[in-house]
Design a protein. Sequence first.
Lengths: 357, 344
Amino acid sequence: MSRLGTDPILSIQDLDVKFTTSEGEVHILRQVSLDIERGSFLCIVGESGCGKSVTVHSVVQLLPENGEITGGRVLFTVDGRDQEISSMSRYGAQIRGIRGARIGMIFQDTMSSLNPAHKVGRQVAENLHQHRKISRREARELVVKMFSRLGIPDAERRVDAYPHEFSGGMRQRVMIAMAMICDPDLLIADEPTTALDVTIQAQIMELLKTLQQEAGKTVVLITHNMGLVSEVADDVAVMYLGRVVEHGSREQVLKNPQHPYTQALLQSVPFMGMDPNVPLRTIAGQTPSPASVTDGCEFAGRCPYVQDRCLTGKIAFRQAADGHVARCVLLDEDGMSECSRRDDARVEDSSGQEART
Amino acid sequence: MTGTEAIASLYRASKLTKYFPVRRGVLRRHVGDVKAVDGVDLEIGRGETVAVLGESGCGKTTLGRVLARLERPTSGVLEYDLGQGLEDVTRTSGSDEFAFRQRVQMIFQDPYTSFNPRQRVGDAIAELLSVHGMDSSEQRADRITEVCEMVNIRPEYLQRYPHEFSGGQRQRLSIARGLSVRPELIVADEIVSALDVSIQAQVVNILRTVQGETRVSILFISHDVGVAQYISRRTMVMYLGKVVEVLNSATLHERAEHPYTQALISAVPTMDETARRERIVLRGDVPSPINKPSGCPFHTRCSYVMEVCRVEEPLLRAARDADHLHQVACHLPEPPAMSPLRRQ
């Protein structure tokens, strides 16, 4: 059971992704299901290696050579038409018609996404020429218009500059221009501000929020910054070790987290204005290798509330409230998790003892 | 400088500068300087944790390196309490400098590059101990076990190589190595920035516990306002090589008086909805540290700029509130109000 939306633009259903490595096949995503509501702002959060980037890369068929979708499907719905992205060939014309045109992507590292030898205007226009029959002059005009809309000062002149002539924040705006130029319906931003200073991060976030609220775009933001999530998200999906463990509205997930992992994650970040006498919550041990997960709940090895029934079988999503689901056996039928009740009684050892062998 | 009356001073820097020359052309002509640290005054008390907060390029790392004596200052005076009160240590060299290094240890952002990949981590710590004169191998082994217990690393892991540890464990090992020689000051340069949040929490908790047990002073260099505030007693905010404000960490999000600090705080995303402020958007980018603006370094982006700000550089002075720790370098006669709290 996943969270039910009324009008999803993107529906990821039981997605399985495997990577072939020198150590054999590794199951990176396991039955990832997410419905992304049209016009919403979804944040996917999790720590490194949880599969959040792989999830969105599978959506646009940009997995590396050794990665493959082995199960489930991805449905993209625009203009009332369902398109099954997961069944398209990754180099085919079909996906190329969607990628860059209907789904825009923004990545963290702008320097490796932009070609240092070409003017930025030309690189942004390339996307237009790819998807539309358009003259050079018209394309240039559209790029200038997009640059000024995204707050790049002196746009007329700046389209002829090279990437190294821009600051990090301005380069990220160029990346957004590239993703936005074909007027996509869905915008996927993979940690777009991790390398930027907070004052610049604030500007970029404001921009993404405006694109969602005023231009009606659906935005998926991948991040590990809980502060950001609580400021911009409508919906939040928490991932751990290749699975979605909790999904709900921002209010539900941040105020009333049901999965022990989400709870620990939220209490481990020192935020501005926090009482310094409260020790930070830590999660014992560290994320195991995806290859080592076999049966039961993948968080069981680090969970303070682990029980016998966590260790075997398939852990299903349970509903905590309308539109709020978590994959935890402790979530009983009345929608109130046992662990959040027990949370006050139990203060975790703050030292983070070793679990690695 | 006032504000540390209750705590004995350990280290003081006055008018500290560090310039890196910029050379151009075949003749390597000297065409200017990157003024990474440009006239910083600071004082660290015994057992005190001071945070240095700033965005990229503000000079916080260079300041840390100069204080740890990994770089020589271009000018300025460094004074350190070697046992008989503050003494000038700016120009020490040879064996005095060597002895100084045992008192001040630095920990870096990337622990992987600060360990030799071909040396077992236990040997790496032992090497530091023997360099600093601990000759008996039993003593060394005892001390290593002791510091590893402090940072929650099992002693049997010391036979391993750096790549066999996770990022968080490696960072705890570099803390253990720094602590092993019983330093009086640890300069920690962005030591949790590269770690995942739950691992970051382990390292922050350990640093606080260790600080409580050993009373070591810590200079915690960070760009993260939340972490800096959580871990420190005082916070120094840097902008373009200068300290623009020194504040009591506990109240930094409510009492900031410098327009730059206020803008920085308003930009920090926070989970505490009641602490969220209207965003102050800064115009333009940080100016180049080679061609710095005259007067106040922040005047090109400040919305309260006055004529005097363009010509005269403001010096750190007592802030307008009653807090004796609080200092600010700003010409404004009255501090601007913090931006209003955001309505939800």
